[in-house]
Each structure stands twice: as C-alpha cells, then as structure tokens.
Design a binder for this molecule. Sequence first.
Ligand SMILES: [Zn+2]
Length: 200
Amino acid sequence: MLWMSRLLCVLTRICLMKTSQQSNDSLNSPNKRKMQDDLPTFGPRKKLIKFLAQKVIKGAKISNAPVSLQRVIEHLQTMHDLDVQKITAGDKVSGLLVVCKEVDSEYSTIGFNGNHPWCRRRFTIAHEIGHLLLGHGCNKSMDDDSLNETEANQFAAELLVPQSFLKKDFAQTPNIQDLAKLYRVSEQAITIKVMGSRLL
Ligand SMILES: [Zn+2]
C-alpha cells in the first residue's frame, strides 16, 4: 500500500454541457458579479489566458490552421505527465480532467466523450487543457465553477482559433462555414471568435 501513502490528492473536474440560459443565469448572479468585481486581475488574466494559448501554439510549432491537437498534446507531454483518453459517458458530460498529485510528481488524465461529434471533442480536449494549465482545481461552488469554465472556454477558443491566424485567414476567406471547416471547429465557435476579434 506504499502507493497510497505517496498520493497526496486527486483532483477531478467534470465538465458538463450547459444550456445558454444556465450560463447566463450563472454569469448574471449577484455572487458572480461580486466575484468579478473582487477580481481586479480578471482583465489581465484574460490576456494571460490568451498568452498561454499562444505560447502552447508556438511551443508545438504550429503556424497555420487547423491546429493539430496531436502536436499540442505531444508538446505538453514533454513538460507534463499527461494522458488523453476517450471515455464513454452520458451526453451531458463533455469531458473530465483528473489530476493526481504525489509527493514529488503529478500526472493528469484528460477524458473526452467519444460519442460527441469530432468538432466538439476537439473543443473539449482544448478546454480541459485550459483547466490543466490554468491550475483549476476540482469543481467547487457554482460561481467558482462558472468563472473557471469561462476561462477554460477562452483558452480553448484561442488555442483552436488563434487570433493571429484568424485575421490572416478571414482576409482571404471571409466565410463562416469555410472557416469552421478550415479550423475544424463548430460554426458557432468560429462566429464567436470572429465577432470577438471585431472582424465583422
Ligand atoms: Zn470545464
């Protein structure tokens, strides 16, 4: 039972698909607003998230769309003990992240729902990588969870559709459907990114 004494903790984060109404309710809750007010670093943290995603892209030596998650994972595996596995789960579960911390090591497993469409699986993996790199712990309160989920989504959006790539590609292909195919993300994801980048 030696392995048990070395294991400090296991953090498990399960990511569920939320309806837009649930997300809005949570974001507009008084506690959530207070939390954002109490977080003067929220703005810079948004920049940090973007910077982190760009650093991963650069480290994985990816210079154009589509972003290869295989290369991203291989790059991260040079720094983290990381495994990515397909899981079987109910439709509401998109993915999960398990982080096992031992005295002198840490290893992580990302699980993605293998029954979901390919684009969604890509987003889930990118989202879970965001949780891992941003140091999010296991699910706690709804408000804390919502903030972490937003950050992981911001990370995934920048990882799969880097703003610098999108500006260049949008100039050549200003079409949402074509861009979604090029980046291998959903049309909804590319629309949000295009709008957020003020390209439309
Ligand atoms: Zn999540």
